[in-house]
Design a protein around this ligand. Structure first.
Ligand code: ATP
Ligand code: MG
Length: 286
């Protein structure tokens, strides 16, 4: 069986659920048996491998896996040569430098000569070089946030999402040095057959992502307000207008973008639209 993709996803952790959900939304079945480390999809030419996230960039570089989902933080730190084929918008976090709350440090330059504990020595050293800061990097593999309180370091560089872990460890954020989200990476020398399957997968992912950014809107409008209302809805393709059973009224259907959605709904109400219904879109093929 040559014509299928081997896809590496995190076995259990902050990427796992959203990664599996993405395949589900793309209509790809991934049956996970308890404790199983690989499974073949029953309705798409793909085999899934469940791994530690740190191992994914290396497996994809070597071609052991054709594709993988990993955080940009882990990918950049790994320095592996793979192709980023899609940004996925989940597992968003940042790498930040933090110091104990009571220290007087406030600028990155205050880190001169200090010890910084991190699991991201490569990303941190690039940042230090760029900012001409000479500091000592102390590489540790986990529980980085306790390093200052046990006297191991003066500062840390670690993943932050809400900042609550920092606070509960008596730390404050000094500078954010790297923004990350989950990405799909591919082996750079994929065979043509595998590339074709990848294209099918990317097409499905785009349809799911576009759908999430849009809403389907239905409303009733008095006919004399139709020009104004369809004007507000323009920008997308022309809305559908159909007569209602009540004379003088029409039903208008259109698709709105999530980011200016509320402003448009307010304008539509002001213009006389009634009975506005908003419906999520499952897939959007553009
Ligand atoms: P593994 O056992 O697979 O090595 P891990 O403990 O190294 O897992 P997780 O904590 O599951 O990793 O995080 C996986 C990725 O999720 C991180 O590399 C990062 O990209 C992202 N991430 C980490 N923390 C958060 C967070 N608080 N919010 C959102 N995304 C996060
Ligand atoms: Mg890991």
């Amino acid at each position: 069986m040559k014509n299928y993709l081997k896809i590496a996803v995190q076995k259990s952790g902050r990427l796992s659920e959203d990664s599996l959900n993405l395949f589900k939304e793309c209509g790809i079945k991934v049956e996970m048996g308890k404790g199983r480390l690989r499974t073949v999809s029953s309705n798409f030419p793909a085999e899934f491998l469940f791994l530690r996230d740190d191992d994914i960039p290396g497996y994809v570089e070597d071609g052991v896996a054709d594709l993988g989902i990993v955080g940009e933080n882990v990918l950049v730190e790994s320095a592996k040569q793979v192709e980023v084929v899609k940004t996925l918008g989940f597992s968003k976090c940042r790498l930040s430098i933090a110091v104990p709350k009571e220290t007087s440090f406030s600028l990155p330059e205050d880190l001169h000569g200090k010890r910084i504990a991190t699991s991201y020595p490569r990303i941190l050293s690039e940042y230090l070089q760029k900012n001409h800061i000479h500091a000592h990097i102390h590489e540790i593999s986990g529980s980085v946030e306790i390093a200052p309180s046990i006297g191991l370091a003066d500062a840390i560089c670690d993943i932050v999402s809400s900042g609550s872990t920092l606070l509960s460890n008596g730390l404050k954020e000094l500078d954010s040095i790297f923004r990350s989200e989950a990405v799909m990476v591919a082996h750079s020398g994929l065979a043509e057959e595998k590339k074709a399957i990848l294209e099918r997968l990317l097409f499905r992912i785009s349809s799911v992502q576009t759908a999430k950014d849009h809403k389907y809107v239905l409303l009733n409008a008095p006919n004399e307000k139709l020009d104004e209302i369809t004007g507000i809805l323009s920008g997308m393709k022309s809305p559908t207008v159909m007569p209602l059973a009540i004379p003088g009224w029409s039903s208008v259907h259109s698709v709105l973008k999530e980011n200016d959605f509320w402003e448009k709904i307010e304008s539509l109400k002001e213009a006389g639209a009634q009975g506005i219904l908003v419906i999520p879109i499952e897939k959007m093929v553009v």
